[in-house]
Design a protein around this ligand. Sequence first.
Ligand code: ZN
Length: 174
Amino acid sequence: MPRHIVCLSFDFDTMSGFIARGLTTPTALSRGEFGARASTRILAFLQSRGIRSTWFTPGFTIETYPGECEAVVKAGHEIAHHSWAHVPPAAQSREQEEADIERANEAIRRLSGHAARGYRSPSWDLSPTPSIFCSRMAFSTIRALWALTIGLTGRGGATWRSLGSPIGSARRRR
Ligand SMILES: [Zn+2]
């Protein structure tokens, strides 16, 4: 019987993504707050099925909802890097991006006891030079592109590696 492997992950943004886009009306903020409330339901579901997952969590969420984030860690799930405040790296200067990544990683270290191993860019948007920071932060993977991933190779920096065509493209060719 074939063995199927699935990577289940969540963006635990709460309201950070809305705030980063200037959406600070009550409705937008309540949608973000719902994320924190829903996290307990998701954790219960995952526990009932014996599923471990990865939670890409901005530092903003860790500081705003420490209890909910601690529950994720205590349940055995991975906390991965998702910036400090969900600001797209391409919208930041190089210095801002570096400070953002380091600040968020420090929050993850305080929460989980170790630095993040994985990184997902907020808004799926990378700056032109993410590998410099991410390699130094020792991320093993960067999940931010639809058809590519960046495999980091120790101190040597990043290499680009194609994962092939999306399934939808392969079906259209038939
Ligand atoms: Zn996000």
